[in-house]
Structures are given as structure tokens and as C-alpha cells.
Write a protein that binds this ligand. Structure first.
Ligand code: NAP
Length: 459
């Protein structure tokens, strides 16, 4: 068994099975065996089942939210927000299941007709991370099931309990065995099974770029389709014409969500020279009021890092910045609460060579850089191998348009720190991966396009 620990206090929350190879193989067999019947179901029937799953979870939100707090460490209000966000995908794709439309194309020959239909790709697999134990699962499986695919999921070992609870709720409403399967255990072995089995026609992975590359490379042998939602290094640009209050609110909200352990967390704050000092002062004032602690309470708190490795990474990035002469404006050390808690931290005076300018911090650290001109900041924002999201605050409409075109990212967010909802295409470019989740674009990842020519029709 795998022990699941509460990162806020180290106590055991529960256990998940460390499955043997034969158990994993049996689950893959069930996923494949269930595909023909599931894909032939009426779209309306699939939609109804997803809707029932949505309602079953909605009626039990508190239990899901509390479990998320216990195994992930985020605070209760954020856990509820995650459940709402994740439920949004089930609701959205319950609707979208009925709208997987095809096309007709004017034919090149008089006695023929051309149609294009979209068919589910087949049995699919997914591997998910720990930072959104609920939403990462629903975002993938609701899309797959809506398209007519079956799916087997391997959740992160830090947060498998929410995943199993989702599975339990799915079974209760009648989502059959095989249509939705779950496996836990050795990630390498499971990843290798997913990528080597030619019956698995698609793998959706969310996690680090390093693991994404390994899986993509293994999938090359079987030509398994992939969606890769990988790491980020998001710039957050504040121009001197920005609404400063809005920018501060967006910065704090986006950065401290899930204690900074979010792929779309702003990693580099570029603040215009003219407002840099004022911004830092106001940011420090706001961040110093934020509390840190166990998330199982009503108000917003910054929770712990997920594990010791995550904590050590944050601490060493801050130490590296300090050693290179950066100014620690706030925090900069382990929090007095001990364990895996790190103080919300603001670092300024950095240059673009700092390790934290190139690395995903994944912690509650605001790294602030100065800039002077628009061209300069665009070049610096783009000087990263990642391309998931870019944020900018400006009240200049022309500049907004220029930024939306020039910033190299799958998502450009102007004058807001909030990105996700079920109706938009979420995903990155460059080393942040490829493919999109959410919206009607998301379902395209789970269908094959089939062209049908009917000829010999007479005149
Ligand atoms: P990770 O180490 O890549 O783990 C993610 C998942 O991959 C886990 O289920 C893990 O299993 C599994 N895994 C690990 N090694 C594997 C292997 N060799 N073969 C197959 N599977 C393997 O990432 P993480 O540290 O949990 O998550 C943080 C990263 O995810 C960050 O880089 C973040 O930016 C990225 N992320 C991206 C998005 C996005 O949408 N773009 C969203 C959230 C997070 P175990 O848990 O069992 O080790």
C-alpha cells in the first residue's frame, strides 16, 4: 500500500494500493474491453451519465473539499473552488457529448457525396499531478467519456484518495467498470505500460516537462497520441499605466493560490521602472497580512509545500538569489509553523541570470524584476523555454493587442490573474507541451476525423 500523508502535519490520511503489474494489466484490459460498447452508446446516454456524476459530486462537495485539504494541503476555500472548477468540466462535457458534429464537403464529382465524421480515438490513459487532485482528473476523463472513449487514470501518489473517491462516485451513478479505471503504484512501470500498449490510443499527461519528455519519447514507438500539459515559467508584467490595485490583487491571488504550486503561477514579475518601488512596497504590505497554516479552516491561508523535495527546492532557489545579491523584501525562510511551511516571500533586485528566473519556483515566492520599455519586457518575457501562460496589466488598448500577439504562450491573460474555466482552451506551447483541455477544442483531442466518400450515386 501507498501511505498518503497530510503535508500540513505529516499524519497519515489513508492508503492507496500499490498495484502489481498483473493488476495494472487487468485494468488496462478492462479499459480496452469496455470501449466498443461505450463508444456505441447514444451520445445522450453518455451525457446523462456524466450529468448524474456531476450531481452526485455536487451533493457531496464538502467531503471532497475536506479530503483535498488533507492530502494536498491547500486551504478549504481553495479546495471548494477546485471542486467547483473541476465540476465545471463534467457539466460542460456532459453537454458537449451531444455536440460532436461532423461536416459535409461539396464533392469534386457529380455522383458522389463527401462527409466527415468524428469518431472516438479508442481506449485512452491519463497521468495526473498532485496540485489539483480533483480537477486534473475530471478535466481529462469528462472529455474522454463525452467523446466516447474509455479512460484509465494514474493519479499522483501524494493525492490518490480524491481520485478514488471520484471513481467511487462514478460507480455509484452507473459509470461502468472499464469505462473509467484507476491504477496506482510504480509510476515508471505504469507509464511504460500505457505507452507500449498499442490498444491505448491516446495518453493525456499533466506534470513536469522532464516526465512529459520521457512519455512522449516512449509514445513515439507506438505512435500514441498525446496531450502534454507541462511546466511553466509565467511572466506577469505590470506597466506604468496599469490599474495598480487590480495588478496587486491579481498578483497575490495568482501567486499564493495553492501556495504557488501551480503550473500557471506567475514566476517572474516584471514591473515598470516608474512604479517598481511603489509596487513592491504595496505588495509587501498585502503579503505580510496573509496567514500561513493548516488549511482546514474558513479563511484563506497559505498551506505547506507538498513534500520535502518541494520545500527544499523553494528554499534553495531563495538562498541562491540571496547569495547573488538579491534583496529579500519579505520572508525568505522556513515558516515558524515548521514542517513543510515556507514563508510567503518577496525577492527583488534580481537579474535574468538568477536561477529562479529560469526555473519553475513552485512555491510562495514573488520574484520581482525591473523593466523599462515594452520591447525589452516582451523579449525578456519570451526568453524562456516554456510557454504556458503570460499575464500583463496595462490600460492601453493598442498595447494589449500588441502583447497578445507578441507573448509566446498558449494563454495570454490581460488585466486579470485568473485563467481557468471549463469553457476555454487550456494549454501551452514550446516546452510547456501541446494539446488543449477544456472548451470545444478539448474534445478534438479525443476524436479521429474520418472522411467518407460515397460515390456511384447516379447523377
Ligand atoms: P511529475 O513528477 O511529472 O508527476 C506527475 C505525474 O507523473 C504523477 O502522477 C507521477 O507519479 C507521474 N510520474 C512520475 N514519474 C513518471 C514516469 N517516469 N513515468 C510515468 N509517470 C511518472 O510532476 P509533479 O511534480 O507531480 O507536478 C508538478 C509539475 O506539473 C510542474 O512542473 C507543473 O508545472 C506541472 N503541471 C502542469 C500543468 C499544466 O496544465 N500545464 C498543471 C499542473 C501541473 P507519482 O506521483 O506516483 O510519482
Amino acid at each position: 500500500m501507498i501511505d498518503v500523508l497530510n503535508p500540513a502535519n505529516g499524519q497519515t490520511v489513508g492508503q492507496a494500493p500499490a498495484m502489481s503489474v498483473s493488476e495494472v494489466n487487468a485494468a488496462i484490459d478492462r479499459t480496452c474491453a469496455a470501449f466498443p460498447a461505450w463508444s456505441r452508446q447514444l451520445a445522450k446516454a453518455r451525457s446523462d451519465l456524466l450529468r448524474r456524476w456531476f450531481e452526485r459530486i455536487r451533493d457531496d462537495k464538502a467531503a471532497f473539499a475536506e479530503l483535498i485539504v488533507k492530502e494536498n494541503g491547500k486551504c478549504l476555500s481553495e479546495a471548494y473552488a477546485e471542486v467547483d472548477y473541476g465540476l465545471g468540466f463534467i457539466e460542460w462535457y456532459a453537454e458537449e457529448a451531444k455536440r460532436v458534429y461532423g461536416d459535409t464537403i461539396p464533392s469534386h464529382a457529380a455522383d458522389s457525396a463527401i462527409t466527415v465524421v468524428k469518431e472516438p480515438v479508442g481506449p485512452t490513459a491519463a497521468i495526473t499531478p498532485w496540485n489539483f487532485p480533483f480537477m486534473m482528473i475530471t478535466r481529462k476523463i469528462a472529455t474522454a467519456l463525452a467523446a466516447g472513449c474509455t479512460m484509465i487514470i494514474k493519479p499522483a501518489e501524494e493525492t490518490p484518495l480524491t481520485a478514488y473517491k471520484l471513481l467511487e462516485a462514478a460507480r455509484e451513478v452507473g459509470i461502468p467498470e472499464g469505462v473509467f479505471e484507476m491504477v496506482t503504484g510504480d509510476p515508471k512501470a505504469i507509464g511504460a505500460r500505457f505507452t507500449s500498449d498499442t490498444r491505448i490510443r491516446k495518453l493525456s499527461f499533466t506534470g513536469s516537462t522532464a516526465v512529459g519528455r520521457l512519455l512522449a519519447s516512449a509514445s513515439g514507438q507506438t505512435l500514441t497520441r498525446m496531450t502534454l500539459e507541462l511546466g511553466g515559467n509565467a511572466p506577469f508584467i505590470v506597466f506604468d499605466d496599469a490599474d495598480l490595485e487590480a495588478a496587486l490583487e491579481g498578483a497575490v491571488g495568482a501567486k499564493l493560490r495553492n501556495s504557488g504550486q501551480v503550473c500557471i503561477s506567475p514566476n517572474r514579475f516584471y514591473v515598470h521602472d516608474a512604479i517598481h518601488d511603489r509596487f513592491i512596497e504595496a505588495l509587501a504590505e498585502r503579503v505580510s497580512r496573509v496567514e500561513v497554516g493548516d488549511g482546514m479552516r474558513d479563511d484563506f491561508v497559505v498551506g505547506p509545500m507538498i513534500n520535502r523535495a518541494g520545500f527544499d527546492k523553494v528554499a534553495s532557489l531563495v538562498d541562491e538569489a540571496r547569495a547573488h545579491g538579491a534583496r529579500i523584501v519579505l520572508g525568505g525562510q522556513a515558516h515558524a509553523a515548521g514542517g513543510l511551511f515556507y514563508e510567503p516571500t518577496i525577492v527583488s533586485g534580481l537579474d535574468d541570470d538568477a536561477e529562479m528566473a529560469r526555473t519553475e519556483i513552485f512555491g510562495p515566492v514573488f520574484a520581482v524584476y525591473r523593466f523599462d520599455t515594452e520591447d525589452e519586457v516582451i523579449a525578456r518575457a519570451n526568453a524562456t523555454e516554456y510557454g504556458l501562460v503570460a499575464y500583463a496589466y496595462t490600460r492601453d488598448l493598442g498595447r494589449s493587442l500588441r502583447l497578445s500577439r507578441a507573448l509566446e504562450a498558449g494563454m495570454v491573460i490581460l488585466n486579470s490573474g485568473s485563467v481557468g474555466t471549463a469553457s476555454v482552451p487550456f494549454g501551452g506551447i514550446k516546452q510547456s507541451g501541446y494539446g488543449r483541455e477544456g472548451s470545444y477544442y478539448g474534445i478534438e483531442e479525443y476524436v479521429d476525423v474520418k472522411y467518407v466518400l460515397m460515390s456511384g450515386l447516379g447523377r
